[in-house]
Design a protein around this ligand. Sequence first.
Ligand code: SOE
Length: 376
Amino acid sequence: MAKDINVAIVGTKFMGRAHSNAYVDVSHFFDLPLHPVMRAACGRDAAGLQSFAARFGWQSTETSWEKLVTRDDIQLVDICTPNQTHMPIAVAAARAGKHVMCEKPMARNADEARRMLDAAQEAGVRHMVAFNYRRVPAILLAHELIDQGKLGDIMHFNAVYYQDWLVDPSAGATWRMDAQEAGSGAHGDLNAHVVDLARFLAGEVAAVSGMQDTFVKERPRGDGKGMVPVTVDDATSFLARFQNGASGYFFSSRMCTGRKNYLRLEVFGTKGSVAFNLERMNELEFYSREDLDAEQGFRNILVTNASQPFISAWWPPGHIIGWEHTFIHEVRDFLTAIAAHEPVHADFYDGLRCQQVLDAAVTSASTGRWVDIPLT
Ligand code: SOE
């Protein structure tokens, strides 16, 4: 019989909904050592908060995260707020002895990420950054193939993350376009995912050379009264050198007309290659030089066999899963790690490393020089 763990969520919008759905569903599909009790939801907008809590089944509400994180009846705090609040909430929650799940990017910069890691380690709580794409079964299969040596030595990791929701200059300004609130634009929002996947699949990034663009310099205010300056990047790209000698490129933009959530990555090794596209997230392309000449070519693997990670909890082969399942998988792994008193990845150290790579790309873009990223 699973023991209960009381969960609180901070943030009621896009990610708040994705994570809430995960807490609702996870025990229905996975056998868990801990059963999440959806104890409290916290948000600034009191009216929206009530309907959010009622819709997902959060038992109580708070409009102050400061109060929420010190409540005795909470053991896990899940942070789904705009980026500038990640650090203060995570630090306060950890100091109050709560396990902490935090949305990506972990912070606005590496200094904040470091403070979060220190607080979690000092408090001895479990910590996780919600890099949900690590829990796409096709990505896990890619990881397994690389681990088994089927790609040989990795020579390249290349990735693009294209979205187009800011191509229209009349699209209104939100916190995501404000450097104070978000830290960065496409870079923290999209490159953060890709850097995490690069570290997961290809290893540590050693040095980068970056470039940033902001094509639309101001946007209409949310209330329609005038314009506000855009203080983040619309697009950031960088070349990378990995510690294992591999090279690669990263390109993220919200100005890729026609592309909605197109994360494509390719890993090329001496013996084989894999390629993945998030918009076809149940599939993995795999090429092996060990195939006979006549058979050689990329195979398209539909990653829905029961033997593949997480799939046995879902549907028979070919009955595909979706984007929301990745959040359910990460909640499953976080609860399992808390019960086992074991670390879980991506943790706050992974989040800090990712942030160091992102920061280095920004420094490089402003100086025009390659920037090294020492291991710390
Ligand atoms: C919006 O740009 C967004 O939803 C990101 O915030 C998510 O992390 C990414 O998975 C998809 O795009």
